[in-house]
Design a protein around this ligand. Structure first.
Ligand code: NAD
Length: 292
């Protein structure tokens, strides 16, 4: 047992997830199972805002204070709290500050430190699945929470030109401006997906289209070319219509499960100080999805 594991061995590590509509989350099973392999007693508590009476603004400070009192080692944070939690924290990682969003909070010496493992989770999964993929010209479809985190990560990974398309054009422009202020002028908002995809190396799909409750594709199938790699963000289901269509014409693809696992690996390591076994966590995640 290494030093971090022995630090926790005698106690139960408490972590959790604050968000709305999170009852189907696979995070408790993923974190508890990985902890078990390290000999840790870790409990991952769902803290569902749908089960509280008040607004996010009223409930979030109370929940963080309660977690501090109960000696939580950390918390994952999801919709609709990733921005709202920031003023309640003592410190932010550089990544979380750049993104303006937090998905993981860690207790350190009585202080809450905010991190973001969404972008690094995407990069991990992307590079593992497509190690040689070209990143010269990349299209991001969807400039919301997931899209923003991935956009920062894609630029950090070396994307030279990022074209951002969103049905809310203002949102795409705002994200491009924020990215350019941080990473240098490499992002641009583009009004239509057809022109954005001209000459592109890859497509990152980050809209909710394709989810179980929102089937279909956010772009016409005929815009896909075999030379394009496709990175999907949706992971319920893992096999979306976009991925099926892209694979059928020969595109290299990455499913949304890799990002979901990547962000959990990062959060586990922040919570416990232990190196997670990413392959084991991914195998477990995929078995859980298959059982649903
Ligand atoms: P969001 O609502 O914050 O953002 C979605 C964006 O897509 C919005 O800006 C919206 O205007 C845009 N959009 C929707 N339909 C469009 C269309 N047809 N064409 C162009 N733009 C369109 O949502 P989010 O939190 O970013 O989540 C998006 C998806 O990513 C969800 O399915 C979510 O479950 C998934 N997600 C996956 C992971 C993962 O780890 N794989 C992590 C976070 C979110």
């Amino acid at each position: 047992m290494d030093a971090a594991a022995s630090r926790f061995a005698q106690c139960k590590v408490l972590v959790g997830l604050i968000g709305a509509g999170i009852q189907r989350s696979l995070s408790p099973a993923m974190h508890e199972e990985e902890a078990r392999h390290h000999g840790l007693r870790l409990h991952y508590q769902l803290i569902d805002l749908d089960r509280t009476d008040g607004s996010v603004a009223a409930e979030l400070p109370l929940l963080l204070r309660a977690a501090r009192t109960m000696d939580f080692a950390g918390l994952n944070i999801t919709f609709p709290c990733k921005q709202a939690v920031i003023p309640l924290l003592d410190e932010l990682s550089d990544e979380a500050r750049q993104m303006g969003a937090v998905n993981t909070v860690v207790a350190r010496d009585g202080r809450w430190v905010g991190h973001n493992t969404d972008g690094s989770g995407w990069s991990w999964g992307f590079r593992r699945a497509l190690p040689a993929a070209r990143l010269d010209r990349v299209v991001l479809l969807g400039a919301g929470g997931a899209g923003s985190a991935i956009a920062h990560a894609a630029l950090r990974l070396g994307t030279r030109h990022l074209r951002i398309v969103d049905e809310d054009v203002q949102r795409a422009r705002k994200l491009a401006g924020e990215l350019n202020a941080i990473h240098g002028k490499r992002a641009v908002a583009v009004a239509g997906i057809a022109s954005a995809l001209e000459g592109a190396d890859g497509l990152i799909h980050a809209t909710p289209t394709g989810m179980d409750k929102m089937p279909g594709m956010a772009l016409p199938a005929q815009l896909l070319q075999p030379s394009l790699w496709v990175s999907e963000v949706v992971y319920f289901p893992l096999e979306t219509e976009l991925l099926r269509t892209a694979r059928a014409i020969g595109c290299a693809t990455v499913d949304g499960g890799t990002m979901a696992v990547g962000q959990a690996v990062g959060a586990f390591e922040l919570f416990t100080g232990l190196a997670a076994d990413a392959r084991r966590m991914e195998a477990h995640f995929r078995s859980l999805v298959a059982q649903r």
